[in-house]
Design a protein around this ligand. Structure first.
Ligand code: EAX
Length: 325
């Protein structure tokens, strides 16, 4: 059943022609995996509004939420092949396409989000985005998914050793896998679209995601214990197919670039400001919220840095750390 659906989906993606830049109206299909009430959807709706206003409807987005056009990996592949124009995705699954994003995946590498934004939007972040061009994609901008928190159905995890033996769903990313192996957990990579059912059926004990996702995807209903680890920071990358981008006029690209930067700031704010209320909402929904000593967790996970230092590059790791001092 699942296989059959996959084939139909690919066929459906191929059957829809690329946004034609020759036409007066250019509609970019954008896939994302999250719920329509998520920060991704709100940020993309905001971008769509700006584009329509500034181009008299010449440029707009057709947003597909909840993995309607596939998983994050499928969507990234679609953008490289040109069967999909755009996607907003966590940076973690990009590890399958380029290693340059791995620096963001190191546990506790980001402690000061505002200072880190500057690094991401400056020359260092731009160089990382540029590495996507070899893969036939343009990395338009770095938005926010958020600080990831650990949830599970078994016990109130407080100390790093409490996570030992838990089966945890992760994104497909080598640094994330190594991190949870260091904790003694059993990491299980799985596409986001399969996660709620896997938690409900107890195929896995837990997962990790920002509070906004734990809330909007209702994970707290099947994972009562929500531990505020913030162990990873997940940036969200807005990608567009290279030919689609190059097919736009310089004026259109200029409007896109400015509007995307504004929508990025809007989306980051929306994500940041929502956090305090989300803790209250989750408590009301029956979640058990557990605070941790982050320094203790960071110490337990420090061996991961050594493991990936040569792959990621000492300089880039140090540069991101220094930017937050
Ligand atoms: O990019 O897969 C995940 O856990 C991500 O947080 C989600 O797809 C958003």
């Amino acid at each position: 059943m699942k296989k059959c659906f996959g084939i139909l989906l690919v066929a459906a993606m191929l059957a829809v022609p690329l946004a034609s830049v020759a036409q007066a109206k250019t509609v970019f299909r954008v896939n994302h995996t999250l719920d329509p009430s998520s920060h991704y959807q709100q940020g993309l709706l905001y971008l769509d509004k700006l584009l329509k206003e500034r181009t008299n409807g010449e440029l707009s987005l057709d947003i597909y939420h909840s993995s309607q056009l596939g998983s994050e990996r499928d969507a990234i592949e679609g953008v490289t092949m040109g069967t999909l124009e755009m996607t907003l995705t966590s940076s973690a699954p990009l590890a399958n396409f380029t290693k340059t994003f791995l620096v963001f995946d190191l546990p506790f590498i980001i402690s000061d989000r505002d200072k880190a934004y500057k690094w991401m939007d400056g020359p260092e972040g731009q160089a990382i985005l540029k590495s996507l061009e070899k893969q036939n994609m343009i990395g338009l901008s770095i938005w926010e998914n958020g600080f990831r928190m650990l949830t599970n159905s078994k016990l109130p995890v407080k100390k790093p050793e409490d996570a030992k033996g838990l089966k945890i769903r992760l994104m497909e990313n080598p640094v994330h896998l190594a991190t949870f192996k260091t904790l003694g957990a059993y990491p299980t990579p799985m596409p986001f679209g399969e996660l709620f059912t896997a938690l409900q059926q107890k195929t896995v004990d837990g997962q990790e995601n920002p509070l906004v996702i734990i809330y909007t995807s209702k994970f707290y209903e099947v994972n009562k214990y929500v531990t505020l680890t913030g162990h990873f920071y997940a940036p969200a990358i807005l990608l567009i197919n290279k030919q689609v981008w190059e097919g736009l006029t310089p004026e259109q690209r200029d409007i896109m670039t400015k509007s995307i930067a504004e929508a990025r700031d809007w989306e980051r704010n929306f994500s940041k400001e929502g956090e305090a209320k989300l803790i209250e909402d989750l408590k009301k929904g029956g979640a058990d919220i557990i605070e941790v000593d982050k320094a203790e967790w960071a110490k337990a996970l420090s061996p991961v840095y050594k493991e990936f230092e040569s792959v990621i590059g000492k300089n880039v790791i140090q540069s991101l750390i220094d930017a937050q001092k």
